[in-house]
Design a protein around this ligand. Sequence first.
Ligand SMILES: Nc1nc2c(c(=O)[nH]1)N[C@H]1C(S)=C(S)[C@@H](COP(=O)(O)O)O[C@H]1N2
Ligand SMILES: [Mo]
Length: 458
Amino acid sequence: MPDQPRDEHGHGGGGSAPRHEGGEPLSRRVDSWLRAHPPPGPFRPDFWRSPLRGPWLTSVFGLVLLFGIPIIAITGLVSYAAYNPWLPRNDTTPERGLLGFYLFDWPTWPAWLYRVTQGAHVILGLTLIPVLLAKLWSVIPKLFIWPPARSVAEAVERASLLLLVGGAVFEFATGVLNIQIFYTVFPFSFYPAHLYGAWAFIAGFVVHVAVKLPRMVRALRSRSLRGELRTDLDGTRPEPPDPDGLVATRPAEPSLSRRGLLGFVGGGSLLIFGLSVGQTLDGPLRRTALLAPHGRMYGLGPNDFQVNKSAGAMGVDPASTGPGWRLELAGGRLIRLSRADLLALPQYTYALPIACVEGWSTQQTWTGPRLADLARLAGTVPGRVEVYVESLEHGGAFSQASLSARQVADHRSLLALRVNGADLSLDHGYPARIIVPNAPGVHCTKWVRRLSFRLQGG
Ligand SMILES: Nc1nc2c(c(=O)[nH]1)N[C@H]1C(S)=C(S)[C@@H](COP(=O)(O)O)O[C@H]1N2
Ligand SMILES: [Mo]
């Protein structure tokens, strides 16, 4: 097989042996022997026959992901910061090591921020699934390049692709399973797995973008999107042969135009978006969220909004929430308050969202005493104290949470007793639940039993 000149990226020309600078004749002979004897099936270059694969198509999907993935990554890392993981029992990934370098004291303002960031994380993640799959499909011949690597540098580059592809598939799969509450199927805990996977994916993504960006720009310039969208099946031709080997060496007749494929992928994304974005909206559009977990239908009652975990499912004994219930406040002193005592305190009403890590959110109008007032009652000074919140629920992952000094001190942070003008329902946390502006839903503990105030960082 004759050697062909390398292109400027150091790749051999279309499907034949590259020249190895300084390569000894033996290794070169081994290389050409290997190339001449690929294993059967997908390792043969003419196995892949779609006439649509090519650098332009791959780059179109790549461009969408280039803008989408960073938004998903940043909002995901933000979500971990929103847990204030340095507070007792809040850390979902205690072994994070250096990966928490960017954490900061999560603000209470604006109240809707986590609703927007986490909604964007989940909805955009779902929406990009068809694009991710299309991108992987478009480069699949490269998975079977033979020989697998021709140099150490190439082996390193391909290993980074393993991080990239493996990381992407892992992150999307665990994310989808988690929002569908299938996390019980994992042999590992979702949070650390999703966080470590994210960093592996981000590392692979950054390297990949740095390596491929010039080629992507060039490929995008090689055809016009408008032109492709005007080209029907009859006019559909393969892209010219490319040094990366994406274009089929022996293309089949097209059975789908490029615009048909783009429409199929884009339409799939739009459909997923349209059927899931409603779970972040209040009002009539919420009913459009056919893909939302936990149902989407609202009745007309004050407590008729989404429930994450019901009292029954969490094993909360209704008897423990009855007239005998007392709230324990611990801090400078220990006091116990009945629900009537709490209702006799100054009551405040704020419209604040519940924003679940699973992406759904809803704003409701909550009423109850301020956490800051309860901190004072416990003999502590709001602004200086954090609080550790415990639920009547036993043992569940969200049966306790810590709130920061800043969260305790915010005037809108409530121990809610009522919602939308009515008593809380048992499923929404009766007799009392936490509501903190801009806190993730997991920190809005239901069926509160005890609040322990302690000096910040103490
Ligand atoms: N005790 C307790 N509180 C809890 C939970 C829980 O499982 N147990 N789930 C949390 C989660 S993940 C969310 S999103 C909100 C949902 O509140 P809702 O069910 O009233 O809508 O409650 C939070 N409070
Ligand atoms: Mo949640």
